[in-house]
Design a protein around this ligand. Structure first.
Ligand SMILES: Cc1cc2nc3c(=O)[nH]c(=O)nc-3n(C[C@H](O)[C@H](O)[C@H](O)COP(=O)(O)OP(=O)(O)OC[C@H]3O[C@@H](n4cnc5c(N)ncnc54)[C@H](O)[C@@H]3O)c2cc1C
Ligand SMILES: NC(=O)c1ccc[n+]([C@@H]2O[C@H](COP(=O)([O-])OP(=O)(O)OC[C@H]3O[C@@H](n4cnc5c(N)ncnc54)[C@H](OP(=O)(O)O)[C@@H]3O)[C@@H](O)[C@H]2O)c1
Length: 515
């Protein structure tokens, strides 16, 4: 299918391409063979866009695409496109790449971050360039990018968070999981968060994998964390934390949790902690097991075992010695964060008791009219991330907080595509993001092949954009600049026995990049 695609594109481009040959342009592909298109004889795409022996090249008409955002979606989209001889420039708001792989994935999950190796290969490919420190929508508009490229792919993720919409949400002691995670992972905008960990009980609202990441970080022994790339200020704050009990609260039941079994198992086995569940929450769950799909069944069995079974001797001994507890609480929806009238900070949370209407994963939580107050000094709302609009010219569905699209093609915006969490909403692991990004790249390539995307004019690409940025006083960070930051972080980490010690401010990152 691929070769048919490029034969079609090759023959369409051949008649346009020849006249654009310019002796001054540089080879992106690095090839030196002479490949002149011949009328009537379709050429492969790679043959078409190579360089002749005099150094002249045909790459001035090779498609130029730019990608906004360098998280998994940006890199996987780029990976698929460069394989098909497209030139890709990636624009990233921060001076450092990799999005949530750097700023979201938990510090004690280093194996997940291995995807960075693949992304690095993509970034170093001769047809790919990285421009960090460029905030699209502010430093350069999407329309300016569209004029400079044949197509633009928006992959800027979901940088906002859903809010509970309850009174007291703004009190001191209430944090979004997005900010809390950003704080312990070194996201520059969350550096000042300094969460107050002087209370005994923390309540996390939401029962997804992010909620479990946060619970694990709050309760992990500091000796475990200090071998990770968690930031030094977070490590110090956690070393002095008074939090001994973490409740992870869901509005629905055990059969509807959003977290997965690996992450639950990590909680169950977390050294120094014991589970604390409410037996009644599991009424009827054993009977429901037989109808559940296999992954959900295994997850539910682990929850049941943890909540209801009497542990063996060794496990009982481990639990008896534990000084910290964690518990899942079900059928509870946040109504109000309660304030300590003297200190104007969180003193507890009022939860509405719910019951399920319907069954299985689609069951809905409805309020029973009862409420329950839980005393706590820390509330972390982990009810999901949310994409935000970055440019008025891009269609945005503010209700579902995504860019409306069909298979990655942004509706009513020819030449504009999207991938990753911006395309699907803020769910899915990196592998899911990879697949949806490859799908977007395929849509884009199909549009090139079918002529939906106009490739007839050569595009200036980064040349015009970097000139615009320079006029505006914006200095992009290249991938080799990022590698300088990387080296400094690794060597600082080595000095303290960590895999890396992240730089915490944009200023420091830029300083290192430019020295
Ligand atoms: C806390 C957390 C932990 C996770 N842990 C795991 C895990 O362990 N395993 C797993 O498989 N998945 C995990 N995931 C899911 C995974 O991170 C996502 O599937 C993936 O990161 C989504 O990729 P993305 O590229 O769409 O978004 P992002 O990773 O958010 O990347 C978006 C990029 O766009 C950039 N950007 C934003 N605005 C602009 C702009 N205006 N101009 C230019 N650039 C911009 C951002 O700086 C960022 O680099 C986790 C998610 C979260 C939230
Ligand atoms: N280790 C990993 O692999 C890892 C780690 C972190 C994140 N991730 C992935 O990243 C994605 C995002 O994770 P996430 O935890 O942010 O989101 P998520 O998986 O969508 O979970 C969100 C949770 O918030 C609840 N919620 C939503 N709105 C609510 C409201 N108004 N009131 C009360 N509760 C509400 C949901 O309950 P309902 O179901 O009732 O709506 C759900 O329990 C997921 O796909 C996740 O798997 C993976």
């Amino acid at each position: 299918r691929t070769s048919r695609r490029w034969r079609a594109l090759g023959s369409r481009c051949a008649c346009l391409c020849w006249s654009w040959t310019t002796p001054t342009c540089t080879s992106a592909a690095g090839s030196t063979s002479v490949n002149r298109p011949t009328r009537g004889k379709p050429m492969s795409f790679s043959a078409l866009f190579s360089v002749d022996s005099a150094g002249a090249c045909f790459s001035s008409c090779s498609p130029k695409v730019c990608i906004v955002g360098s998280g998994p979606a940006g890199f996987y989209t780029a990976q698929h496109l460069i394989k098909q001889h497209v030139h890709v420039d990636i624009y990233e708001r921060l001076p450092v790449p990799f999005g949530l792989v750097r700023f979201g994935v938990a510090p004690d999950h280093p194996e997940v971050k291995n995807v960075i190796n693949t992304f690095t290969q993509t970034a170093k490919h001769s047809r790919c360039s990285f421009y960090g420190n460029v905030n699209v929508g502010k430093d350069v508009s999407v329309q300016e990018l569209q004029r400079a490229y044949h197509a633009v792919v928006l992959s800027y993720g979901a940088e906002g968070n859903r809010t509970m919409g309850v009174p007291g949400e703004g009190l001191a002691g209430v944090y979004s999981a997005k900010d809390f995670v950003g704080w312990y992972n070194g996201l520059p905008s969350c550096r000042q968060l300094s969460p107050d960990l002087s209370c005994e009980t923390a309540v996390i609202l939401g029962q997804g994998n992010v909620a479990l990441d946060v619970a694990r970080v709050l309760l992990s022994p500091v000796d475990m964390l200090k071998e990770t790339d968690i930031t030094q200020p977070a490590l110090e704050a956690l070393a002095h934390s008074q939090v001994r009990r973490v409740l992870i609260v869901g509005r629905r039941g055990p059969v509807q949790v959003a977290f997965t079994i690996k992450e639950l198992r990590e909680m169950v086995n977390l050294p120094g902690t014991r589970p604390d569940m409410v037996e009644a929450d599991f009424d009827g769950v054993t009977e429901a097991l037989k109808d559940l799909p296999r992954p959900r069944k295994r997850l539910t069995e682990l929850m049941l075992k943890t909540a209801l079974q009497t542990p063996g001797e060794t496990e009982q001994e481990r639990r008896d010695q534990a000084s910290r507890t964690w518990g899942l609480r079900f059928f509870r929806s946040p109504v109000e964060v309660l304030a300590d009238p003297e200190r104007h900070r969180t003193a507890g949370i009022r939860l509405a008791v719910t019951r399920l209407e319907g069954s299985g994963e689609a069951a809905r939580a409805v309020l029973t009219g009862d409420v329950e107050d839980v005393t706590c000094g820390l509330v972390i709302s982990s009810i999901g991330y949310k994409s935000l609009p970055i440019d008025q010219s891009v269609p945005f569905d503010s209700k579902s907080a995504i860019v409306p699209n069909t298979m990655g093609r942004i509706k009513q915006a020819p030449g504009l595509y999207c991938s990753g969490w911006l395309k699907t909403g803020p769910t899915g692991v990196i592998a899911t993001t990879m697949n949806n990004s490859f799908d977007t790249a395929r849509s884009l390539l199909d549009d090139m092949e079918s002529g939906v995307l106009d490739l007839s004019a050569a595009k200036s690409g980064s040349q015009v954009i970097t000139a615009l940025l320079e006029q505006r006083g914006v200095k992009p960070v290249s991938f080799s600049d990022w590698e300088k930051i990387d080296r400094v972080e690794m060597s600082r980490g080595e000095a303290s026995g960590k895999p890396r010690e992240k730089l915490l401010t944009v200023e420091e990152m830029l300083h290192v990049a430019r020295t």
